[in-house]
Design a protein around this ligand. Structure first.
Ligand SMILES: *Cc1c(COP(=O)(O)O)cnc(C)c1O
Length: 445
């Protein structure tokens, strides 16, 4: 079928509903790609990362300086200054990764055994792993299904005398409900660590996320909107917290330095970023803003197209989230609007049309790794059966369970092409909707 007639039948599809689409398609002899038809997309989406000539130059220039680590070089320190300034924060400390930035944050706040840290279950496992590394308990707060964020209204019921810290994740590039989170933190004297690993340049009430709580953490891992393969950063305005973080990330720091406000060495690790990573990040400084604008523009357009399609519900954004970084384009899929086609079948069919997508996270709070960790010698020596049973009794997040069965994700680089790409994504979804009964009958998924 010629491109023009395809457009025609698809525009008919949206105008006349699925029956009209099936009729038009039958006349024109097209089929969904998953059943052997021609895919909507022939061109691949932009690949990630996008490398420029200037990146090669900075990489080679670090190589030639022979100063490859932070202690001797200047690239990491320069990046830290630039990133802090861009965010309007006092301090930035680069780390080896987002996980280690979060781990450093919890160390700086002295979170430890018998402490409870409030976390969302809808997140990457690292958010929870760092709590366990400190032998503290991650206490899960249910998810707001409409926004995919931690449900801030359900935080207070999880607070106990042992709660030390709230660790919200700015999921997918949007922001968690920070007004309520800060209010609760003040009321109950808790620290707030923002996991901003997916939300570079996102904003809460026009203030960059990661600067809203006590500490904010970024990841520069390969998939992230700003990346150097592996890397991370911790953001804070506190003199004390940055000093503690700095020391932890470099084996407890050096004793007796004039600029070291803590006179004694404590334990720590080596979590430093290399000069290569720092230079590569700095080289992308202008690009990260340009790309953020492109993603916003294309995501907004895609949402306007999806709003016209029954059964596709793009993640809603809180009113206070004034900028969305769109690390992921997330939506909920409702099989009822697709003739009962299960989500797995929809995802397969969409992939076959040339639009790669995934089903996202599984319920993290039910993952066996938690129980395995609780069986470790360290945890058994800290927590009694009664304490762990008490944790188990509180570990219910029904909204999140449901979200994990409904979600579909598109990754950020799909938003870096053209508006035509967005039209084609929506076309692919409409085509699947039109043929949903056939796809379901064929047993796809
Ligand atoms: C990527 C990510 C992390 C971990 O970052 P790494 O750099 O991979 O260690 C933590 N939290 C969230 C929400 C992430 O997406």
């Amino acid at each position: 079928m010629a491109e023009r007639s395809r457009r025609f039948f698809l525009s008919m599809a949206s105008a006349a509903g699925t029956a009209g689409a099936r009729m038009a398609a039958a006349t024109l002899g097209d089929k969904p790609a998953v059943l052997g038809g021609r895919p909507i997309r022939k061109k691949p989406f932009p690949v990630w990362p996008i490398v420029r000539k200037s990146d090669e130059k900075v990489w080679m220039s670090v190589l030639r300086t022979l100063k490859w680590n932070r202690t001797r070089g200047s690239a990491v320190k320069q990046f830290e200054e630039t990133w802090a300034r861009r965010l309007g924060a006092s301090y930035c400390l680069a780390t080896s990764g987002g996980t280690t930035a979060l781990w450093t944050a919890l160390n700086a706040l002295d979170v430890g055994p018998k402490d409870e840290v409030l976390v969302p279950p809808y997140t990457f496992i690292a958010t929870v792993n760092v709590v366990l590394l400190q032998h503290a308990l991650p206490v899960f707060v249910d998810t707001d299904r409409e926004t995919f964020q931690i449900d801030a209204k359900k935080i207070e019921e999880r607070i106990t005398p042992r709660t030390r810290c709230i660790l919200p994740v700015h999921m997918g590039g949007a922001a968690a409900e920070m007004d309520l989170i800060l209010e609760l933190a003040r009321k109950h004297k808790l620290s707030v660590v923002e996991d901003a690993c997916q939300s570079h340049l996102a904003e809460w009430r026009n203030q960059p996320v990661a600067t809203v709580g006590d500490i904010g953490c970024f990841s520069f891992q390969a998939s992230k909107n700003l990346n150097c393969g592996e890397g991370g950063a911790l953001i804070t305005n506190s003199d004390e917290l940055i000093a503690r973080a700095e020391r932890f990330h470099t084996n407890g720091g050096s004793v007796g330095k004039a600029d070291n406000p803590i006179p004694h060495r404590t334990n720590g690790c080596n979590l430093r970023m290399t000069e290569f990573q720092g230079a590569l990040l700095a080289a992308q400084y202008d690009r990260v803003e340009e790309q953020a604008r492109e993603r916003e523009d294309h995501a907004g357009y895609l949402t306007s197209l999806f709003d016209e399609i029954d059964g596709i519900a793009p993640a809603r954004v809180y009113e206070g989230c004034t900028r969305n970084a769109y690390h992921l384009y997330m939506f909920r899929y409702d099989p009822h609007a697709f003739a009962g086609l299960p989500r797995e079948g929809f995802v397969k069919a969409l992939r076959a049309e040339g639009v790669h997508c995934s089903t996202g996270y599984r319920p993290l709070n039910k993952d066996k790794f938690l129980e395995h960790t609780f069986q470790s010698r360290a945890f058994r020596s800290i927590y009694s059966d009664k304490e762990l049973n008490n944790w188990r009794e509180r570990n219910h997040t029904p909204e999140n369970d449901r979200l994990c069965s409904e979600a579909v994700w598109l990754t950020q680089s799909k938003l870096l092409g053209s508006r035509d790409d967005m039209d084609q994504i929506a076309e692919a979804v409409r085509k699947i909707q039109a043929f949903a009964p056939e796809i379901r009958k064929a047993g796809v998924g």
